[in-house]
Design a protein around this ligand. Structure first.
Ligand SMILES: [Zn+2]
Length: 131
C-alpha cells in the first residue's frame, strides 16, 4: 500500500489538472452557449486545432510560452492558474486526509472550484453585455 500511494497520488493530481483544463473550457464556452464537446479545442484567434502538447495542463502553457503556437495570440495566465489550483486542491486534500478520503474530498473541492469559475464566467459575460 505504502509503495502504491505515491503513484496513486500523482495520478489523482493529474486527474485534478485535467479537470482544471475542462473547467477552463467550460468557463470559456458555456456562457456563449457553445457545446462543451464540439468542435475540439482550438485557438479562438486563428482556429488551429490544439494538439497533445497544447492540451497538457500547465506544461502546455509553459512549452508554448503562453501563446498560440501558430498565431502567437496570448492565451492568458488564468488558464494555467485554474489548472494549478485544481491540481493543488487534490494535493492539499490528500496531504491532509490521506489517499482516502482525501481523493474524494479533493474531487469535491475541484468540482466546487469548477462551479465557482464557471459561475464567475457567466457573471462576467452578462456584465459584458450590459456595457
Ligand atoms: Zn492561434
Amino acid at each position: 500500500m505504502a509503495a502504491v500511494a505515491p503513484y496513486l497520488t500523482a495520478y489523482l493530481v493529474v486527474v485534478g489538472l485535467m479537470l482544471g483544463s475542462f473547467i477552463n473550457l467550460a468557463a470559456n464556452r458555456a456562457p456563449r452557449g457553445e457545446s462543451l464537446v464540439r468542435p475540439g479545442s482550438h485557438c479562438r484567434s486563428c482556429g488551429r486545432h490544439l494538439n497533445a502538447i497544447d492540451l497538457l495542463p500547465v506544461a502546455g502553457y509553459l512549452l508554448r510560452g503562453g501563446r498560440c503556437a501558430t498565431c502567437r495570440t496570448p492565451i492568458g495566465v488564468s488558464a494555467p492558474m485554474i489548472e494549478l489550483v485544481s491540481g493543488g486542491l487534490m494535493i492539499v486534500a490528500i496531504a491532509w486526509l490521506g489517499l482516502w478520503p482525501g481523493a474524494a474530498v479533493g474531487l469535491t473541492l475541484v468540482a466546487l472550484w469548477g462551479l465557482a469559475v464557471v459561475g464567475r464566467a457567466f457573471r462576467n459575460r452578462s456584465a459584458d453585455q450590459l456595457s
